[in-house]
Ligand binder design. Sequence first.
Ligand code: DC
Length: 220
Amino acid sequence: MIVTLDGPAGAGKSTAAKALARRLGWRYLDTGAMYRAIAWAALDQRVSLEDESAVADLARALEIRFDAERVLVDGHDVSHAIRTQEVTVATRRVADAPAVRDVMVEQQRRIADGCDIVTEGRDQGTVVFPQAELKVFLTASAEERARRRFRERTACGENVSLETILTSQQARDDADAARPVGAMRAADDAVVVETDGMSHDDVVDALVALVVSRGGETCQ
Ligand code: DC
């Protein structure tokens, strides 16, 4: 069974998708990490982000693996390196390239082949797995998402304002939604889960209930 979880940045998708996969005893696929890994490798190998076919060739050649919580690119642990601001900015350009997306879609389908999986991203229910048994679009209001990010980042000692976070979040939402291929949007048959006011456990419980209602079985 395939469960897709799409939605905007800061909606808590990764945490929810990971927890859901753990509760179900299924695989978890973080497709954002795949786009980030390509951007990291392009910067590392000085491949021009303007050169779409070179970036697509790079994407085809790289071995991206997930090992527990780690992301490995050709055997190198890039789990932290792919989360820097520089990589985040570069990732947006990589994700805009249709030729790169074609490579990613093919790899994501190969990874999911024959297993029970929770897959998370922007285009999982719309483009990659239109046949998924359950499609969820996880979202929250812009203010709520920005407040969550603000709490996370200031807790790490960063000096950032709520307004700055809201502005960059809006730019990211707009870029994700405007992408000509693989744009972020809820599939017509997706269940929209709006998480304002819900605790982490509430969100995971709601997702588990949806999976069970579609015939999925939990392992705990
Ligand atoms: O979810 P994230 O922030 O790690 O995603 C990183 C970037 O990749 C972000 O700009 C959205 C993009 N992305 C995408 O276009 N399609 C996906 N399936 C997953 C992420």
